[in-house]
Write a protein that binds this ligand. Structure first.
Ligand SMILES: Cc1cc2nc3c(=O)[nH]c(=O)nc-3n(C[C@H](O)[C@H](O)[C@H](O)COP(=O)(O)O)c2cc1C
Length: 157
């Protein structure tokens, strides 16, 4: 039997670095979606994410979302489908998608809500703390997006 990450049980296996699916995107909040609505959404998301082994960060500011989602592929794929059907946001711009053996970048965040001013710091802190080459490459790609334009601009592509 394989576990949820596709690994057979065994004493010498490296469970710290499972196959992890990562999806990073930004989108624009629909009209009427305010801080209170996002707080309620985060509360429900956190409950579901714990059950689905999904962790990550959601940034909300200036009417724009930025989200880093990581977890088992089947669960991440289900969430991506839900996100595309969700009327609370639109203009979803995928920024990064990978399925790799890597450590979680946000192992203790079942979806942390972060203010837009802090997104660069959150990503730079993650870059400093990770030794995983795939994580480093993905974070550099996202930071480059931030350099090219603000999250606001990304949401309008
Ligand atoms: C910006 C944004 C981020 C979201 N993040 C999550 C999340 O991390 N986890 C989650 O379960 N739902 C999240 N949702 C809600 C999902 O889109 C969806 O409503 C939820 O998964 C329930 O889907 P279902 O009714 O198809 O089961 C998010 C919605 C939006 C608009």
């Amino acid at each position: 039997m394989f576990d949820e990450f596709g690994f057979p049980p065994g004493p010498d296996l490296d469970y710290a670095a499972p196959i992890l699916d990562t999806f990073v995107y930004c989108s624009r909040a629909a009209e009427g979606v305010d801080g209170d609505e996002v707080d309620r959404m985060i509360e429900r998301s956190q409950r579901r994410n714990v059950e689905r082994h999904i962790t990550g960060v959601l940034v909300f500011g200036s009417g724009v979302f930025f989200q880093w989602i990581e977890g088992p592929t089947a669960e991440v794929e289900k969430l991506i489908a839900s996100l595309h059907d969700d009327p609370r946001h639109y203009d979803i711009v995928p920024l990064d998608r990978s399925v790799e053996k890597r450590e979680r970048l946000y192992p203790n965040w079942e979806m942390e809500l972060v203010g837009a001013d802090d997104i660069r710091t959150v990503l730079e802190d993650a870059l400093e703390s990770t030794k995983d080459e795939n994580n480093i490459a993905a974070l550099r790609r996202i930071l480059k997006h931030l350099d090219v334009g603000s999250l606001d601009t990304l949401g309008r592509i």
